[in-house]
Ligand binder design. Structure first.
Ligand SMILES: CC(C)(COP(=O)(O)OP(=O)(O)OC[C@H]1O[C@@H](n2cnc3c(N)ncnc32)[C@H](O)[C@@H]1OP(=O)(O)O)[C@@H](O)C(=O)NCCC(=O)NCCS
Length: 151
């Protein structure tokens, strides 16, 4: 499995995963802009046997990174794909001068919260009714600490 920085030509693969697994998918224009790397965005795809099986995105502005979405195809979950994507994102943040990374995740999304906790993220506060499914947990991680993955 390889993690590769996305380009605009990855639109169809990323859109397929985004529509399937993200409750509020981005518009075509926003996703294409992000794939092009505008406004500090970077997306990464996980490719296994030539097939895109996951992706994740981040926006780095000044010394802060904000993870947008991470999604992995159901057929390959619990095999470390999500972890590899989060690691690629944190390396990208580190390389681009971010000192802290933030993200929002629905408080009911146990698998995603556990994934981020494994990579050193902690819940810092909650945003009430942020999603139609419930509150958001705002999680953050110091970039310098993000290399240490708990066993
Ligand atoms: C969250 C998600 C990206 C995890 O992807 P994944 O490839 O299965 O993650 P990994 O295999 O790398 O798992 C890493 C760790 O996350 C945690 N984790 C992942 N899935 C879990 C689950 N169903 N239950 C509990 N913990 C889980 C575990 O700590 C796991 O480590 P372990 O396998 O050593 O116990 C995936 O479930 C997904 O795509 N969900 C739908 C989209 C989504 O909700 N995205 C997050 C919001 S942006």
């Amino acid at each position: 499995m390889k993690i590769i920085r996305c380009e605009e030509s990855d639109y169809a693969d990323i859109e397929r995963l985004e529509k399937k697994y993200i409750s509020t998918p981005w518009s075509e224009q926003d996703l294409k802009d992000a794939l092009r790397g505008g406004n500090g965005y970077a997306l990464f795809k996980a490719v296994k046997d030539g097939i895109t099986v996951g992706y994740g995105g981040v926006q780095v502005i000044a010394d802060e990174g904000n993870i947008t979405n991470v999604a992995v195809d159901e057929s390959v979950r619990r095999q470390g794909v999500g972890s590899a994507i989060v690691e690629a994102i944190t390396s990208h943040c580190r390389d681009n001068g971010a000192r802290k990374i933030y993200l929002e995740v629905c408080v009911t999304n146990n698998s995603a919260i556990k994934l981020y906790e494994k990579h050193g993220f902690e819940t810092v506060y909650a945003r009430k009714n942020y999603y139609k499914e419930g509150d958001a947990a705002v999680m953050s991680c110091e970039v310098l600490c993000s290399k240490s993955v708990k066993a």
